[in-house]
Design a protein. Sequence first.
Length: 282
Amino acid sequence: MRPMITTSELAAQLSGPESARSVVLDVRWRLAGPPGADSYREAHLPGAVYVDLDTALAGEPGDGGRHPLPAPETLQRHLRAAGVRAGHPVVVYDDSDGSVAARAWWLLRWAGHAEVAVLDGGFAAWAEEERPLTTEVPSPAEGDIVVEPGGMPVLEAAEAATLARDGLLFDARAKPRYAGETEPIDPRAGHIPGAVNAPFSGHLSEDGRWRDASELAERFEGFGVTPETPVGVYCGSGVTASSVVLALEVSGHPVPAALYAGSWSHWSRDPERPVATGDLPG
C-alpha cells in the first residue's frame, strides 16, 4: 500500500463494497486546542473512528518525553476498538499539516501493520471539495490486529547523538527552536549537536497537500541524503518527526529513517546532555 492516498481515491473506495473499504481513523489534535474530539463530533468523514493522540498514540508524558511511544498493549486495545484488522487497509487523517496523521501511520508501521496510508490534504482538502461529511459515530466490529513492535527503526538518545556525527540526524522543528532563539515548551533551548534543521513544514505545498515524490527527493538531496545515508529524525516530542519519516518514504528513500521518539522533550530533560545553539549543526 502506498503511504499516501488522495481524496479521490478514498472517495471511490468508500463508495464501493463495504468489504473493500479501508478502516478510516480521524486523529485530529492541536497543541493549543480545541480538542480534536470536539471537531470530530461536529463533522468527520463517513465511517471514520476518532483516535486520540494523547491516550492512544502516545504513552504518559514524563521522563520519556511529552509523547513517548505507547505500550504495545495500549495501542493494540485502541486499534482493535477502532476496528483495525490484520491485513486490512487503514487510512488516517488530521486537519492541520499531516504530522499527527503521520504519527498514526508510523505507529501502525512500527506495530507491524503495513497496509496504512495518510490522506493527502486531510480533512481540510476533503471538506473543501465538498465531499460527504457526517456526525454519525460508527460502531465498528472489534478488530484483531496484533501489535508487534519493531516494524520501524527507533533511536535512543545515545544513538541519536552518534547518528548526528556518523550519518544525518534531522531536527524537524521550526528554525527558531532549532537555533535556540525560543523554547516555549521544553526545559532547554537549542538542538542536538550535529543535527541538521529540516523543518517539517517544507513537505507541504501552499494548498496544504504534500509535495510530490520528485520535489521531496530534491529537498532531501539538498540536505545530503543518498540511498546509502543512514538517517534519523527528531522534533519536539516525536510527532512532527514522523512526517519526515513519511516524506522520506514518499520521496523514494529505500530505507525508513529512524525515529528518536522521545525527541527534544526527552533530550533536554538531562542537563548532562550537550546542547548546540545557532543556525549551524554545531
